[in-house]
Write a protein that binds this ligand. Sequence first.
Ligand code: GTP
Length: 411
Amino acid sequence: MTKRILIIEDTPTIARVQKHIAEKIGYQADIAGSLAAAKHLITSHTYFCAVVDFILPDAPKGEAVGCTVNADIATIVMTGSIDEQTRSAVEKHAIVDYITKENKQAFHYLEKQLYRLSRNEHVDILVVEDTLSTRQHICHLLSRHKYQIKQAKGGSEALQILAAHPEISVIITDHEMPNMRGDELCIEIRRLYNNDEKAIIGISGSNSLHISTRFLKSGANDFLRKPFNSEEFYCRLSQNVDMLEHIKTIRLQANSDYLTKLPNRRHFFEQADKQLKKYHAADTSVSLAMIDIDHFKAINDNYGHDAGDDVLISLSACFSDYFTDTLIARLGGEEFVVFFADTPPTKAKQQLEMFRLHIAKQSPELTKYAIPFTLSIGYQHGPIYDIDTLIHQADVKLYQAKQAGRNRVID
Ligand SMILES: Nc1nc2c(ncn2[C@@H]2O[C@H](COP(=O)(O)OP(=O)(O)OP(=O)(O)O)[C@@H](O)[C@H]2O)c(=O)[nH]1
């Protein structure tokens, strides 16, 4: 569902820029030029967040900020300037952030914050802290930024929660805790999980100069000394979350085919090798199918290269309807591979046959060019634990399928 944002701003040009930024991210934006107009909108809509001008003609002392915060709307405050008096007035409210409208950079920062906020609902954070009041304070700060939160009172509980919730990507951990110290927990987490999967932020109220390095050398990504300022807490946290997301994006790009978004050749060989070792150790047979579009060159020649691309994209989107728990990849050109790990051969062949039939019947409806096309498939089953041999054997069967007239499965 589209997230709705309320922009409370009395300068129309600024309101329009903010609306443009919000819509670019995917929000549905409403503008209120005054506190009165904002109150009216709040009664008729549910807002995910708000960008609020601190001073408005009918709200000169930041009353609009109080209004959105009291309505439980995540609020970003925009101010003309931030002297000490304004800062302490702004900070009285449980806001997400404040931004000064001094220059263009302010709008870049707003864009970054709005984007982050919209993503935080999908970021899971584990807070490990034995002191209830501190734990509650951190959870409160996190929920203001819409993060998903789990809590643990100590190291061993934290490890259990991490094992049960692989989606947790950030761990915020105290140092002095009964049974397991924060640095010991870091070492254990790093033994179990990679740096690019989970970020750890250590916190401590200790005056020791060495506590931060102790955390960092034990595998933490960052450190905060208690009591910390909420602004610094949010900045460090979002930097770590951003870093994990960048790594995820880079990994996804490296492993997927640019056109079809299916896993690519590199990813396929890496994963298939891993799986083969596992099945070899268990002495279980595996199977693999090579799938090739028939007369694909003719499709390019007759309908154009873009239409050929469309066929590749449309076909790729169909795989997940027929093959589950299998490794699928585009090996290159119009050639695809399905690696059936422990699917019994009868079931694998049935899935392939149904897939072939579906494409033969439905292909004109798959692309906007209404192009009919068919598939030839070579299937190899057997106790073969070398991926090149398995592919070669399936390729021989695929060649036989082509020779026999195409549009068929040969096993
Ligand atoms: N549109 C498009 N065409 C591609 C892409 N990659 C490879 N091709 C084309 O795919 C065609 C493959 O043709 P061939 O190997 O001769 O095979 P075919 O025409 O499918 O014939 P058979 O396999 O014998 O049925 C070539 O013309 C390539 O240029 C791509 O990413 N997009």
